[in-house]
Design a protein around this ligand. Structure first.
Ligand code: SF4
Length: 268
């Protein structure tokens, strides 16, 4: 009997899984998502509504991007010093047992996206889907994050690099403990040093508390602009919080709009 051919998505997933095992970590498997699926569940406020001191100009809207097909897609990045440095960092942490999470993880979730991105997004910790695939933000919250980025015309494969405060899944998705965050901080610090983004976006209380060394709530932190080692930092709600509490969608949309304007100003 002839060998049964794998479906294209299954074959692609296997291929990229093998590449990842070989350390080719600088690519992105795009989960199926729909930009409209985010926007349809959320009615953005008027584009001319003032946000903070800034006015959101309606003319800043760019033409809609192509929506990724619901199959595993790869965005290969050019070889670069940053990519090589990230690869070496990944090799250094691939077998990491600096904290107890190393013993229970399936896969270490180092990060994904463009090593040369100007935007770095930092979340909390991998969940079950991320632990299985070794990639950050690939579950429901990840699909929402992808749609959130698309809503401000950003592509998560080319425009951003995404990672978490801790690289291994805490059991039962509990919050990472302080000792685990401290143990993993070397990896995150080096990732930021290598990528040297123009702006950092922190998703949720754990990421904000870690990078900004603050115990303030997200509702307070999101109203101010911050800085980490000279890099502008913005704070907003974690997509998982939006899934739990739809009331966070409106302030998050405002944050996204504000972020897009600040990022465009930084690029100029
Ligand atoms: S969470 Fe970080 S410090 Fe702990 S084992 Fe994983 S990579 Fe190492």
């Amino acid at each position: 009997m002839g060998r049964r051919m794998k479906s294209l998505p299954a074959a692609a997933l296997e291929f990229f899984s093998q590449r990842k095992e070989l350390g080719e970590n600088d690519f992105f498997l795009s989960p199926a998502f729909s930009r409209s699926s985010f926007l349809s569940t959320f009615q953005p406020p008027s584009p001319d509504k003032p946000v903070g001191k800034r006015l959101i100009p309606s003319q800043t809207a760019r033409p809609p991007q192509k929506i990724a097909a619901p199959a595993a897609l790869a965005t290969a990045q050019p070889v670069s010093e940053k990519r090589e440095a990230l690869k070496q960092l990944f090799f250094g942490f691939r077998e990491c047992r600096r904290c107890a999470l190393g013993a229970t993880r399936i896969k270490l979730v180092f990060g994904s996206g463009n090593a040369q991105a100007q935007i770095m997004i930092i979340g909390e910790a991998p969940g079950a889907d991320e632990d299985q695939q070794g990639l950050p933000f690939v579950g429901k919250a990840g699909q929402l994050l992808t749609a959130m980025l698309a809503s401000i015309n950003l592509d998560r494969g080319t425009d951003v690099f995404i990672t978490n405060v801790v690289k291994c899944r805490p059991p039962q998705n509990r919050n990472p403990e302080t000792s685990e965050i401290v143990a993993c901080s070397e990896c995150l610090t080096k990732q930021i040093e290598i990528i040297r983004p123009k702006i950092i976006v922190l998703l949720g209380r754990i990421a904000a508390g870690t990078i900004l060394n603050s115990t303030e709530s997200i509702s307070k932190l999101r109203t101010r602009e911050h800085e980490y080692k000279g890099i502008p930092v913005m704070v907003t709600y974690h997509p998982a919080a939006l899934l739990r509490n739809p009331d966070y969608k409106k302030p998050t949309w405002e944050d996204l709009q504000k972020f897009r304007i600040i990022f465009d100003e930084l690029k100029e």
